[in-house]
Design a protein around this ligand. Structure first.
Ligand code: FAD
Ligand code: NAP
Length: 480
């Protein structure tokens, strides 16, 4: 986990830090936030100890740098000196040290493959792994010819024009378990629309479009490899509208590029990427529909061209404060979707319970829409929505109207810091609240409980659900 600013979020003494299980978030020292790291990288300090020189690193050399004050890690063929970053790493020094002096790609991908380490660690780049001569062969040669790293330019075929802007080139790196092919296009912010990658048997093809020219790289692999086009693809989307929903939460509408067709599946999230003082910051967000049900707002914009987000702006939040500064017409990069929610969970479903806290309401939006329109077996949907105050409740009147209109839906608001006028439920998620709320329609009805909110809220909720005899299959908790 390299650039997740958990140092600042949750706040140092927040309950959100008291998470049990899962990856531990380590409290960082004062002055070691992500913003502090960005400042350090801009300070022109020599963070690699190599005075800006890039070197080729052999495996033997890499292995030597395995101490906290001298720690090199290889990610996808590039070697970084992460010692200066140690104290800034939200996952703690020990997590980084697990990859000290070795290839940390797999470990990194397991934890947070979406994190933009190239940008975060660019000042820590020591160089490239030295090439081990194996694996790749020139596709056009009959006999297996072993290539070492960089291909001559003549082997990168431009199929449309010789007079292209600048030829892409590529090289490749290999460790015992991984072959990485890097294609250098000299294009900033290249997106999914301009790349086609195919891998079949021993043939690997990559096409890229650069300023109207199509370039093709076609190589053969001497051994079978498992494909993993790692790293998420981002496309630039334009901010079309921004609407206040509560005092701190806004509905953002982004327009996808003309050639992109992307509909984020129910229960999945995407990553948004913005540049904050020159460093790319990435955070996950769950797209919603433009409103709870079409009746509340004309669906004037086609679903597959626009993407909506309900996002709470934290005044000192690194990403959201930057996002809030965007003007209509500005661009944000949006990744492809991720998530492990399966729509098959809805099959034959009779009772659906939704437990949401704060912006943990976002995955529930599409779930509610879908449940009320597309699950014929559904008898009851109950939403319990936890917030601090009445002013924090997202789409309260839409929820109330919807519950009034569709008798299968019940909505209960629970407030942790209500005013004296509040007559509804109060407090935090608790056995008493849940046991009363989670009544099955029938003894044996097919049930699903979805839960989303601050991590400790979700974890506590799941424990309580188990105590109430809900099985693993009957619970879906949304986490990163
Ligand atoms: P951060 O910089 O991480 O700070 C967050 C909070 O901590 C702020 O309140 C900030 O004021 C406070 N803080 C910062 N520093 C300190 C300090 N030193 N002391 C005390 N407090 C401090 N969010 C949404 O709004 N909508 C969504 O749809 C959504 N979907 C998500 C989906 C997933 C899968 C996950 C994991 C999260 C989702 N989130 C969503 C949360 C989102 O990813 C971000 O965590 C959130 O927007 C905060 O980002 P930030 O960089 O602005 O705040
Ligand atoms: P918030 O306003 O701070 O809190 C909402 C409610 O939850 C409040 O009543 C709050 O009570 C309560 N709460 C907070 N921590 C709790 C805890 N440890 N135990 C029990 N109740 C707790 O929430 P927010 O700022 O909108 O944050 C929403 C969270 O949801 C973020 O952490 C975000 O990352 C997460 N989220 C996750 C996903 C996902 O994983 N797919 C999607 C969207 C959002 P208090 O008044 O006591 O604070």
């Amino acid at each position: 986990m390299l650039n997740v600013p958990s140092q600042s979020f949750p706040a140092p003494r927040s309950q959100q830090r008291v998470a049990s299980g899962g990856r531990s978030k380590v409290p960082l020292k004062q002055g070691r936030s992500l913003m502090d790291w960005i400042r350090l990288t801009k300070s022109r300090k020599d963070l690699t100890g190599l005075k800006g020189r890039l070197i080729e690193v052999t495996e033997e050399e890499l292995k030597k740098h395995n101490k906290k004050d001298d720690c090199w890690i290889c990610i996808r063929g590039f070697v970084y000196n992460v010692s200066p970053y140690m104290e800034y790493h939200p996952g703690g020094e020990d997590e980084l040290m697990r990859a000290a002096g070795s290839d940390g790609t797999e470990l990194f991908d397991q934890v947070h493959r979406w994190v933009n380490y190239e940008s975060m660690l660019k000042e820590c780049l020591v160089g490239r792994m030295a090439i081990k001569p194996t694996v790749l062969k020139d596709y056009r040669e009959e006999e297996k010819k072993v290539l070492n790293g960089m291909l001559p330019k003549s082997q990168v075929t431009d199929t449309l024009a010789k007079e292209g802007p600048s030829y892409p080139s590529y090289d490749w790196f290999q460790t015992d378990s991984l072959v990485t092919i890097a294609i250098y296009t000299k294009q900033k912010d290249i997106n999914l629309d301009s790349i086609i990658v195919d891998h079949q048997n021993d043939s690997f093809r990559a096409e890229t479009i650069i300023k109207d020219c199509l370039y093709l790289i076609h190589i053969g692999l001497s051994h079978e490899v498992q494909e993993d086009f790692s790293g998420l693809y981002y496309r630039k989307c334009q901010l079309i509208s921004k609407e206040d929903v509560t005092h701190d939460t806004r509905l953002f509408c982004l327009m996808l590029p003309p050639s992109t067709h992307l509909q984020v599946p129910i229960g999945q999230h995407v990553y948004l990427k913005l540049s904050v003082t020159g460093t790319e910051i990435v955070k996950p967000y769950t797209p919603v529909s433009g409103s709870l049900l079409a009746e509340f707002k004309e669906p004037v914009l086609p679903n597959n061209k626009y993407i909506y987000f309900l996002i709470k702006i934290y005044p000192t939040g690194l990403f959201t404060s930057e996002l809030d500064r965007l003007q209509i017409g500005d661009f944000v990069s949006v990744s492809s979707p991720e998530g492990n929610f399966k729509i098959s969970k809805f099959q034959e479903l009779e009772d659906l319970f939704l437990l949401a806290a704060g912006t943990g309401f976002t995955p529930m939006v599409k779930i509610l829409n879908y449940a009320l329109t597309d699950i014929p077996s559904l008898r009851k949907v109950k939403l319990m929505f936890f917030n601090k105050t009445e002013d924090d409740i997202i789409w309260r009147s839409q929820l109330e109207k919807l519950a009034f209109k569709d008798k299968r839906l019940d909505v209960e608001f629970v407030l942790s810091a209500p005013t004296s006028e509040w007559n509804g439920k109060q407090g935090h998620i608790s056995p008493a609240l849940l046991s009363e709320f989670l009544k099955r329609n029938l003894d044996k009805s097919k049930v699903l409980v979805c839960i989303c909110g601050p991590v400790p809220f979700t974890e506590q909720g799941v424990r309580l659900l188990h105590d109430l005899n809900f099985s693993k299959n009957e619970i879906h908790s949304f986490t990163a």
